[in-house]
Ligand binder design. Structure first.
Ligand SMILES: Cc1cc2nc3c(=O)[nH]c(=O)nc-3n(C[C@H](O)[C@H](O)[C@H](O)COP(=O)(O)OP(=O)(O)OC[C@H]3O[C@@H](n4cnc5c(N)ncnc54)[C@H](O)[C@@H]3O)c2cc1C
Length: 391
């Protein structure tokens, strides 16, 4: 067991920090909560691509750097620590590029990987539907063959980055007569194709980071089916592990944690700095303990990935735990900041730029997106503890 990063990894961390601090200094971005999922900045994404940090772990022949998953962990940890606006490339870098590498044809690799690598493909995730969330296999969106094309018809909900995506990763039913898990295929398609209509979803925080996407007879060339026809569901299971496993499940609100600590050092109440109040110190210390537990659970996921295995139970455990950390952080911030702490960013009186109410409201969804906590606990019970599965 090795808890230290190597000298090279620490040097890489310093390099990433230097880059991020310099970009903050130049005004490219201001640290924000949920930057990985809500921070739209093509300029930032272009700069990250120029560093060669998108597709860091991909083989060099596909434009990657052949670096380790630990290096990517270091990179993402710093991006999250600084609240970087990385939504344009996050999903493609995290899982879609990986899916193309694993299942794509040489032609798909040649077409899609350079776009992702150069930060030019902003890929939204289009899986969930009004009647298909946890039970994704019951999805109804159809892809019907027509010569060299599929005609896609259906509706998706909660498609990430819908309002600015250039491509969408889509799962659709390609065999309506097969058992429900066996008739699904994956596609990566141009989001501007005729027949696609996007309606923003305004979430509880007022954000439009997600959207409903309607597919009305969209003609998609067959070459955009990824992997094996009708085996998509099994490919997705693997990708979901990567989707739920990262530090973004723990550190999406790190800028709030950081700002809260500063606030308690700088703010006095009855002559005492807040950080000297025993109750506040104790709750902050507990939060730090929780943070370190979440960090270790997430590091463990990367250790599994480094061994070439899919981090299934480990990813489920990490996400189930880390999302509750984010919720506890938001609750504590709201408690410490008092009534003013409920003011949103638009108010000039909002402390910490209104990050606390944003996180308090936004973190409710963390235990739903990418698999609900109940579903994750089922995975842990079944595949982790060996308990019988229940339907
Ligand atoms: C903020 C946010 C972002 C999202 N981002 C995306 C995205 O980018 N792309 C995308 O495709 N989707 C996205 N989703 C959708 C998300 O994946 C679904 O909301 C989630 O899978 C749950 O599905 P559902 O909402 O249909 O709830 P349901 O599946 O109907 O679940 C309702 C309740 O029943 C419980 N439940 C369901 N099945 C079981 C079971 N077997 N055992 C025990 N309890 C169970 C659930 O835990 C939940 O509490 C997002 C959702 C949110 C809230």
């Amino acid at each position: 067991m090795e808890f230290e990063f190597t000298r090279e990894q620490e040097a890489f961390r310093a390099q990433v920090r230097g880059f991020l601090e310099s970009e903050i200094g130049k005004g490219t971005f201001r640290p924000m909560c949920d930057g990985w999922i809500q921070g739209y900045s093509p300029e930032f994404t272009r700069k990250v691509a120029a560093q060669g940090w998108i597709g860091l772990t991909w083989p060099k022949e596909y434009g990657g750097q052949g670096r380790s998953d630990v290096d990517r962990l270091v990179l993402t940890e710093e991006m999250l620590r600084y609240g970087a606006p990385a939504a344009c490339h996050w999903f493609a870098d995290r899982q879609i590029g990986r899916a193309v590498l694993a299942y794509g044809t040489p032609e798909q690799k040649t077409e899609l990987l350079p776009l992702i690598r150069n930060g030019e493909a902003y890929v939204g995730l289009g899986m969930s539907e009004p009647e298909a969330g946890s039970d994704l296999a019951s999805l109804k969106t159809r892809a019907v063959p027509d010569g060299d094309y599929y005609i896609i018809t259906g509706q998706k909900m909660w498609t990430s980055c819908a309002r600015f995506m250039t491509h969408v990763y889509l799962v659709a039913r390609t065999d309506p007569d097969a058992p429900k898990h066996r008739g699904i295929s994956e596609f990566i398609i141009d989001a501007k194709l005729p027949g696609i209509t996007i309606r923003p979803t305004i979430d509880i925080t007022g954000s439009e980071a997600w959207g409903e996407v309607f597919y009305d007879g969209v003609r998609v060339h067959k070459k955009y089916l990824i992997g094996e026809k009708n085996r998509g569901f099994y490919q997705i299971l693997n990708q979901l592990d990567y989707e739920r496993a990262g530090l973004e499940r723990l550190m999406g609100n790190y800028p709030l944690f950081d700002a809260l600590l500063r606030f308690t050092r700088e703010t006095r109440h009855d002559g005492l700095r807040l950080c000297e109040e025993p109750l506040i110190r104790s709750r902050l210390a507990q939060l730090q303990v929780d943070f370190e537990v979440g960090r270790l659970l997430t590091y463990r996921v990367v250790m599994v990935m480094e061994k070439g295995k899919a981090p299934n139970v480990e990813a489920a455990m990490a996400k189930a735990y880390c999302t509750t950390f984010e919720q506890r952080l938001a609750s504590l911030a709201t408690d410490i900041l008092g009534l003013y702490g409920q003011l949103i960013a638009e108010s000039k009186y909002a402390p910490l730029s209104g990050m606390a109410p944003h996180s308090f409201l936004g973190s409710k969804g963390y235990s739903l997106q990418a698999g609900t906590t109940e579903v994750l606990k089922n995975i842990v019970a079944n595949r982790g503890l060996g308990l019988p599965s229940v339907t």
